[in-house]
Design a binder for this molecule. Structure first.
Ligand code: SF4
Length: 381
């Protein structure tokens, strides 16, 4: 479906200031969200299945070897450990569960663990399965589909014209190749990025239209949570009304995607999170993020329910915003959900918890300097 606004209109909306003007954009985005998805939601949760010591130079990421920050490390989790965290996600009311690893390519052994973990999650929970494991070949994409993975996450991170400022070692073209391989294997795509990396307003609009071109099933929006010692560690948080405005603008540009708000939502939005939901979100990342803490399950569910949205776990693994959401992956019936009552707080289940599970390792040597970007930055705002 084409965008509901033109590039120029999006630029104009991007200049909107003040709560009344932004409120009007939110009402428009809310109507679009209602029209396309009714009261359904698509809530997810993740496990950081392997963390730290990454060879890439993404400027927002503490796991990069280029960051001066201490490294948040842990070795690859076993398939059973992955399942444990999936059970917690299910108890929180998440509909889908993403297994995430650092870097851009897994060893055969680590890839096997992800495959086995995905199979266990499919056998023992009612969660849909997603992975985020960096670049993926067509062969691996097919193996993931065989293991019951339904959706693969691989961000573009930012606008193409700003991309060189964000990373020089992970090529944009490689990302697009992975997204193509995932789609060719019959899997759904989850492609988004991070706001507030220093991109201009025009570049935000560019990114949204580039995402519309990619046409992913799902679009995660992250908000920079500046990590000390990373390239973008000194940046300020976003103004929460700006966040809400951009969520709404993205919704108007990509009306049919499943939008979710992920990392940085708590720090950047605080009390305005419910308004961001109204600006067009289908879900949020429940539980914790890769290296930072998230919110309580009951609070997240309430945010959606207060708007009349349905967060209930349903026989088809949760929301069914697209009729083909669970067709064609695994044979047989979905297992009966072994959870009778949802939990309200993270303390009640074994969530992925970066505050206890990550080993923070001091770098022994001074890290290499972030490479200088090749492209000239567009400073227009
Ligand atoms: S975002 Fe991923 S690929 Fe980039 S540095 Fe962090 S772990 Fe590595």
């Amino acid at each position: 479906m084409p965008s509901l606004i033109t590039f120029e209109e999006a630029l104009e909306l991007g200049e909107a200031e003040g709560q009344d003007a932004i409120g009007e954009i939110v009402e428009r985005a809310w109507a679009v969200r209602q029209e396309h998805f009714g009261d359904s939601t698509d809530m997810c949760s993740l496990v950081n299945a392997k963390s730290g010591g990454c060879a890439e130079d993404c400027g927002f990421c503490a796991q990069s070897r280029y960051a001066e920050a201490d490294t948040p490390m842990h070795a690859m989790l076993s398939p059973d450990q992955i399942l444990e965290h999936a059970r917690a996600a299910e108890a929180a009311g998440a509909h889908r569960f993403c297994m995430v690893t650092q870097g851009q390519g897994l060893s055969k052994r680590d890839f096997d663990s992800i495959e086995k973990g995905a199979r266990l999650v499919a056998e023992h929970t009612n969660l849909k399965r997603c992975v985020s494991i960096g670049h993926i070949s067509p062969t691996r994409a097919r193996k993931l589909a065989d293991a019951g993975v339904q959706r693969v996450h691989h961000n573009v991170e930012t606008a193409r014209s700003y991309y060189d400022e964000v990373t020089s070692t992970v090529r944009y073209e490689g990302r697009i190749r992975t997204i193509d391989a995932v789609r060719d294997a019959g899997l759904e795509t989850c492609v988004g990025g991070i706001l507030n990396l220093g991109e201009s307003r025009r570049q935000r609009v560019e990114m949204a239209f580039e995402l519309a071109e990619v046409n992913p099933t799902s679009v995660p929006i992250n908000l920079l949570n500046p990590r000390a010692g990373t390239k973008f560690g000194d940046r300020d948080l976003m103004d929460p009304w700006e966040v809400v405005k951009w969520v709404a603008i993205f919704r108007l540009i990509i009306p049919e995607a499943l939008f979710r708000l992920c990392g940085g939502r708590v720090e950047n939005l605080d009390e305005l999170q419910p308004l961001a939901v109204k600006a067009g979100l289908n879900g949020v990342m429940m539980g914790n993020f890769l290296t930072t803490l998230g919110a309580e399950p009951a609070d997240d569910r309430e945010m959606f329910e207060d708007l009349g949205l349905n967060v209930a776990r349903q026989p088809d693994n949760g929301s069914n915003p697209r009729p083909d959401n669970r067709e064609g992956w695994l044979d047989g019936e979905s297992p009966r959900t072994p959870v009778d009552e949802l939990i309200d707080s993270q303390a009640e289940a074994n969530f992925w918890d970066p505050s206890t599970q990550l080993r923070v390792v001091k770098k022994k040597r001074r890290p290499p300097a972030y490479p200088r970007p090749a492209a000239t930055r567009d400073e227009s705002r």
